[in-house]
Design a protein around this ligand. Structure first.
Ligand SMILES: [Zn+2]
Length: 407
């Protein structure tokens, strides 16, 4: 790219200018190329070779901060990961055999993995046989609604009955994916989106309360996924790489409409225990999550795949953990394999990042075991939580919600 290209590019793209300004030496070249160096600066910096423009995807700054680095090999107390996905559907072999998972679990003091996506019917039975029964207290599995039948007549009662059968088969809860509110449509792919508070699910929510099965619910997605994929979007790189993750435009409800519908479900079923995954679906706004927890005594939150949100606001987050220490569950959203979402790939590195954030006061470290921060260009800080809070978040709250002694 020539200087004049760089000049035009600079005029067009605030984003590029923005990060180049942060890139130290590169700013000199840019300023000159743009002709924006001050009168006094014009002469001297010209001696410095101008750095070539650099695509954002290739920018990998190494922190020059010299601060404490603590490796937390094992959690201070036994951990229950309330948010994992370790089984496959249709009796397929698990991507990683459970015995292998257990070795890693032992290395990081992870006592139990709650496998949320256990499916239903035969899938659920196969999952429970392979994981829960083969490795008691190391794995427990939840069932899922049969979304594909949701438009059929008689679904509401059928689904409620199916939940009871799942409990009899050994399921410890019900998982609701973001399918509800964002993908599930009546009458095929072009049909109308089914809302989170659609009354056809009322018998299911009630059955969960009656049977003592907690509902692990995920609706919505990060707030930025509901905004345009543009230079102002803090998750631009992630969305640019996965445009299908965007819920902006089309007939998608707004972020707020989804949360409002969810809250109506919480309000309508006060005897049902809900665990709102991903920090109550709004890790970017802990004040709003706190207000939601104040309103609904039947709701807990879980922190999976949001350590990057918690850790970038360490003071606000530490206060949040202090105030809601009985309502927060540890989770990671771990999946055994894959590279697309490094913030979720199961392994010792993943857990050590969570432990470091919760247990230490380390500063400015990566929130994912990845070359680049996958969810946004920032780093995180430790909260240094007290033992009393760690015990609750690591295992006591989850055991109470599940009604099981696991640790
Ligand atoms: Zn998940």
């Amino acid at each position: 790219m020539t200087m004049s290209d760089a000049h035009e590019e600079g005029q067009r793209s605030w984003t590029r200018r923005g990060w180049l300004s942060a890139a130290g030496a590169a700013v000199v070249g840019t300023a000159i190329a743009d002709g924006t160096a001050g009168a006094s600066g014009a002469a001297q910096p010209a001696q410095t070779p101008a750095a070539a423009p650099l695509p954002l995807t290739e920018f990998e700054p190494k922190s020059m901060l010299h601060v404490a680095e603590t490796t937390v090999q094992r959690a201070r107390f036994p951990v229950i990961d309330f948010h994992t996905h370790v089984s496959r559907r249709r009796a397929a072999k698990p991507p990683v055999p459970p015995a292998e998972l257990v070795k890693t679990m032992d290395a990081v003091n992870l006592r139990t993995m709650v496998n949320l996506t256990g499916g239903f019917g035969e899938d659920l039975s196969a999952t429970i046989a392979t994981f829960d029964r083969a490795f008691p207290r190391r794995f427990v599995s939840m069932t899922e609604p049969a979304w594909t039948r949701a438009s059929e007549p008689g679904y509401a009662q059928w689904q409620a009955d199916e939940i009871a059968k799942a409990k009899a088969a050994g399921a410890v809860g019900v998982k609701v994916l973001k399918t509800l509110g964002l993908y599930l449509r009546d009458g095929g792919p072009t049909g109308k989106l089914v809302t989170v508070d659609d009354p056809r699910f009322d018998p299911m929510w009630e059955a969960c309360g009656r049977l003592g099965l907690p509902v692990a619910i995920h609706v919505g997605d990060p707030e930025a996924f509901f905004l345009p994929i543009d230079r102002f979007n803090e998750r631009f790189e992630e969305l640019n790489a996965h445009p299908d993750w965007s819920f902006h435009g089309k007939d998608f409800p707004s972020f707020k409409e989804i949360l409002d519908a969810r809250d109506r479900v919480f309000a309508k079923h006060p005897k049902t225990t809900f665990v709102a995954l991903h920090v109550g679906h709004w890790g970017e706004n802990l004040a709003a999550v706190g207000a939601m927890l104040d309103r609904f005594r039947n709701v807990h939150v879980e922190i999976g795949a949001r350590i990057g949100e918690i850790g970038r606001q360490p003071r606000t987050a530490a206060r949040f953990f202090d105030k809601y220490q009985d309502r927060i569950l540890f989770g990671t959203d771990a999946i055994p394999l894959g590279t697309e979402t490094p913030q979720q790939v199961f392994g010792e590195d993943l857990y050590r990042i969570y432990y470091r954030c919760l247990e230490t006061e380390d500063e400015y470290f990566d929130y994912a075991p990845a070359r680049l921060p996958p969810q946004g260009r920032w780093r995180i800080y430790g909260l240094g939580l007290r033992d009393q809070i760690l015990r609750k978040v690591y295992n006591e709250n989850a055991q109470r919600v599940l009604g099981m002694k696991l640790v």
